[in-house]
Every structure is written in structure tokens, then in C-alpha cells.
Design a protein around this ligand. Structure first.
Ligand code: HSE
Length: 436
């Protein structure tokens, strides 16, 4: 059979890794795909840069539009990232009748609905395994392996940079700013570190996972997004003393009234496997009604791990090139006419447990006032630690864990606690999930 021709956009870390893996494992990949896969043309910004891959025998160009309109190209692989010009290139590739593979989480999270609509209209495939959790085949697992389940919830460590920072803070007692600088020097952080540390990158990935898990449209704007820049070394240490680890989690949960969609620092019991996912590694925990909890773990970034997902998509697309579009796995797991509009709940409607840290004046009755306010709002306390006031200071840190409560109720209670004259400054709150 005639080889399938690939047009590659981008020859950076992931593009270079993809060329390397396709060349190194060519025989095995051909045996799996049933046809030879040939990289016909690659667009790169700078043709003279030293690469991690060998580009011998590959036509190179600096014009990505030459790739998406090349009549020889069957599949366009978009690995340049960002929205501009990636979105236009993907739309042009679809207009030109080419299947598309992308690792671009932001593009899929923000414009996936439009991209899939065009692809469906044209009978084309758009695959994006590498967009979430790098080398972990989580899209495939959710879309295919778990298709017999009603997904109840999923929770993922889907940003390696934040996980590296939180791990260093816990293991070495280091401060957030200090570790962030190291993450940037090591090349883990996105070019704009706010995307990582403020949870935006994780929210892009959660948007995609939730859509596939629940059969809902991609709704990035409805994800409650909070990053880790406000987590202190002190909170990490108190959490540990109580038997918890702090992780940046992306959580999607189906509840009676709708779907919770949220990214935020979260205390999780240290006995959970996912609590022990450290450094830059990623993991996604998925709870299906039939299978129970399942955990997927691996490298969330890097040249070859991400290439592993890109190449798996290439093999998938090649295998199904000749099948009827109606018989292919739908882009978002559910048939396009079966995507449902289950509401995404506002953050005040979610229910979870909380870690609270307050600075209380060291005098009788203060703790009683605080616990009375919580009791008045029907909020049960699970644990309390009260520390000695630091030398010469009049206030001491009090740490409390609450049981599950609606966030609106907790906010009302916190407002009353903050109004007490014996409480200094704002009450620090971190959500807590048992993931049981
Ligand atoms: N900046 C991302 C992370 C890279 O830290 O996980 C992979 O998407």
C-alpha cells in the first residue's frame, strides 16, 4: 500500500521528538499502522538551528501554509502551539481535506467545538492525545477504554511545573518563588509561567478531559481556576502534619445538579497513590461506575513522551483512513448529536471539605468564638491544630479541617470569622478532597 504522507508544523521539542520516534521505530510503527508513514514536509521557523532529530530526506520549509496546502500531504501534525497562527493553519488544513493531529491544549480547549464541527462536516479526523498529560494515553482511555462506564469524577495532576514546585516545597521546605525560578531554568515552565502557576494550562487540559468524560461541549470559560502562587511553605508543612499533601488538581465531578469543573490547590490524604506522584510527573484518577477508580501515571511533558502520544494518534488516523467517518470514534467520545448541555456549577455551589488557617489573638475564648460561628453555619470540624505564637507575637496560627460543606456556606462563615476583632487578616482556605 502507498505510504501515508505527513506534513509537520513545528520542529521544536515535540516536533523533533516526533521525527526521532517515527524514524527510530519505523518498522514497528508500519507493522502496527499497516502502511508506511512518510514525513513528507516539515515547516520550521529557523532552518539552520541544531535539532535533536535527523532531518535527512525530509523537505524543510519556513512557510507553514505550504504544508497545509501541499496536495501530497494526507495528515497535518500541528506542533507549534499557541493560537495564532495555529488555529488558522488547522482550519486551512481541514479546508484542504487533511486530517489533523495536534498537541495544542489551548487550541482544543478554546476552539475545539468549532474545529470539530468543521472536521465532522468534512468527514475528517482531528486527534489530540498529546494535548493532555503528555505521554499518558488518557484521552484514549477515557474515550475508548472506559466507554462502558458512567464517569462519576476525575481528578488529575496535569501540570508538571506546579507538581515540581509543590514537591520541592514539601521535600525541602523551599519557598514558591525560589522553586519557580529553578523550574524556569530547567525548562519545565511554559514561556509565560502564569499559564502554569495560575492553573490556566491545567484548566485547558481539564476542559478537554471533562468534555470527553461527560459528553459536554468544551467550556474553558466555565472552569474555576486558581493556581499555586498563594500556597506557602507553611501551608505545605501544616498539611503534612495533618497527613495530607497539597497538589494542584483539575477536578471534574458529576453531581445531581450539574458538573463541578475546577482547578485549584487541594489537600489530599497522603495514603492515596496520586498524593505520591512527585516532581514533574502527571497522573489522572478516573472513577467510573463500573470499573471503580483507575489511575493513569506518566510523563506529562518532554520530547519523546509527548511524541509517543503524537505517533499513537498518527497510527490511529492511518488505521481508520479508509473507514466511513460515521464508523470512527467521535472526536469528543460521544456522537456529535448526543453532546448534552449539563450545566457547569458556579464555584459557590460545589461541596467539598476545607483546610483553614487563621491568625488568632492568644487570649481565652477566641477559638470558642470561631467554632461557634462554624457551628451556626452547620459546619463540622474534623481537626484543629493550634501552634505556639512565634516569639514575642500576640497572634498564633490556628489550622482547622472542616467536613464537607457547600462553598457558599463556608464563605459566609469565613466573612463572620474575619470580622472578629481577635482575628488578624484574611482566613486562608484550601479545598480538601479525600478522593475515596
Ligand atoms: N507546562 C506544561 C506542564 C507542559 O508543566 O505540565 C505540558 O503541557
Amino acid at each position: 500500500m502507498k505510504p501515508v504522507n505527513i506534513g509537520l508544523l513545528g520542529l521544536g521539542t515535540v516536533g523533533g521528538g516526533t521525527v526521532k520516534v517515527l524514524k527510530r521505530n519505523a518498522d514497528e510503527i508500519t507493522r502496527r499502522a499497516g502502511r508506511e508513514i512518510h514525513i513528507s514536509v516539515v515547516a520550521a521557523r529557523d532552518l539552520n538551528r541544531t535539532r535533536i532529530c535527523d532531518t535527512a530526506g525530509i523537505r524543510l520549509t519556513t512557510d507553514p501554509y505550504e504544508v497545509v496546502t501541499d496536495p501530497e500531504v494526507d495528515i497535518v501534525v500541528e506542533l507549534i502551539g499557541g493560537l495564532d497562527p495555529a488555529k488558522d493553519l488547522v482550519m486551512r488544513a481541514l479546508d484542504a481535506g487533511k486530517h489533523v493531529i495536534t498537541a495544542n491544549k489551548m487550541l482544543i480547549a478554546l476552539h475545539g467545538n468549532e474545529i470539530f464541527a468543521k472536521a465532522s462536516e468534512k468527514g475528517l479526523m482531528v486527534a489530540f492525545e498529546a494535548a493532555v498529560a503528555g505521554g499518558i494515553p488518557i484521552i484514549k482511555a477515557l474515550r475508548e477504554g472506559l466507554s462502558g462506564n458512567k464517569v462519576e469524577w476525575l481528578a488529575g495532576i496535569i501540570n508538571g511545573t506546579c507538581n515540581f514546585i509543590l514537591t520541592e516545597m514539601r521535600e525541602k521546605g523551599r519557598d514558591f518563588v525560589d522553586v519557580l525560578k529553578e523550574a524556569q531554568a530547567l525548562g519545565y515552565a511554559e514561556s509565560d509561567p502564569t499559564f502554569d502557576v495560575e492553573g490556566i494550562d491545567a484548566a485547558h487540559k481539564l476542559t478537554i478531559l471533562a468534555s470527553i468524560a461527560f459528553g459536554i461541549p468544551l467550556q474553558f470559560d466555565k472552569v474555576w481556576t486558581e493556581g499555586i502562587s498563594g500556597v506557602t511553605a507553611l501551608d505545605v508543612a501544616y498539611a503534612e502534619a495533618l497527613g495530607y499533601r497539597i497538589k494542584l488538581l483539575g477536578i471534574a465531578r458529576r453531581v445531581e445538579k450539574g458538573i463541578e469543573l475546577r482547578v485549584h490547590p487541594t489537600l489530599i490524604p497522603e495514603r492515596r497513590l496520586i498524593a505520591n506522584v512527585n516532581g514533574v510527573m502527571n497522573a489522572v484518577l478516573v472513577k467510573g461506575d463500573a470499573v471503580g477508580p483507575t489511575l493513569y501515571y506518566g510523563a506529562g511533558a518532554g520530547a519523546e513522551p509527548t511524541a509517543s502520544s503524537v505517533v499513537a494518534d498518527i497510527v490511529d488516523v492511518v488505521r481508520t483512513l479508509t473507514s466511513d467517518p460515521e464508523n470512527r470514534v467521535p472526536h469528543l467520545a460521544f456522537q456529535p448529536d448526543a453532546i448534552s448541555d449539563i450545566p457547569i456549577l458556579p464555584i459557590e455551589d460545589i461541596e467539598t471539605a476545607y483546610y483553614l488557617r487563621l491568625s488568632a489573638e492568644d487570649k481565652p475564648g477566641v477559638l470558642a468564638d470561631v467554632t461557634r460561628i462554624l457551628a451556626n453555619h452547620n459546619i463540622s470540624i474534623e481537626a484543629v491544630i493550634q501552634k505556639e505564637p512565634p516569639n514575642g507575637e500576640s497572634h498564633l496560627p490556628v489550622i482547622m479541617l472542616t467536613q464537607k460543606v457547600q462553598e457558599r456556606k463556608l464563605n459566609n462563615a469565613i466573612r463572620e470569622i474575619e470580622a472578629l476583632s481577635a482575628i488578624n487578616g484574611p482566613v486562608k482556605r484550601i479545598r480538601l478532597e479525600t478522593l475515596g
